[in-house]
Design a protein around this ligand. Structure first.
Ligand SMILES: [Zn+2]
Ligand SMILES: [Zn+2]
Length: 156
């Protein structure tokens, strides 16, 4: 669970320990989702006057393509997250996340912000190994699995 009524945070800091599943509603089409789920841990506390502060981290595993040979690679993705939430008065400040409206009134829903931070952390350019040979430009064979039958390139 990653959504907390503000009332409960005002009453005392909340220890956060939850999972953001890859099929959670916060993900949208085209997102690099975690392979299973993200582990989110940290502490959520009141920061005065309708403001709330999350300090913690998230971690999970993503599958990305090697930029040379296009093979899938599993990578560990994780980072610290420091998030400030406030009510709508502060709308328009990109560093402040809005409160959600939950069943019991206002709530801090960590999921949209964690999704954002995760997407920033998933590496866009990855190599399966530093000496990945990539694909043959002519036949498309994966040259890590051996030479193809095309003529060797002149520059090699
Ligand atoms: Zn590769
Ligand atoms: Zn080839």
């Amino acid at each position: 669970m990653l959504s907390f009524p503000t009332q409960s945070i005002v009453a005392g800091a909340v220890q956060v320990q939850g999972d953001l599943d890859r099929d959670d509603q916060c993900w949208i089409e085209g997102d690099s989702r975690p392979n299973t789920s993200l582990r989110v841990t940290g502490r959520l506390s009141s920061a005065g006057q309708g403001r709330f502060y999350f300090s913690g981290k998230f971690a999970g595993e993503a599958t990305v393509e090697c930029r040379r040979c296009l093979q899938d690679i599993d990578v560990e993705v994780g980072a610290e997250a420091h998030l400030l939430y406030a009510d709508t008065e502060t709308e328009g400040d990109p560093d402040i996340y809005p409160l959600a409206i939950g069943r019991a009134g206002e709530a801090v829903d960590l999921r949209p912000a964690i999704r954002e931070q995760w997407l920033l952390e998933v590496p866009a350019f990855v190599l399966c190994s530093p000496d990945c040979k990539g694909l043959c430009a002519t036949c498309g064979a994966n040259l890590n699995q051996g030479a193809c039958s095309c003529a060797p390139k002149a520059n090699e």
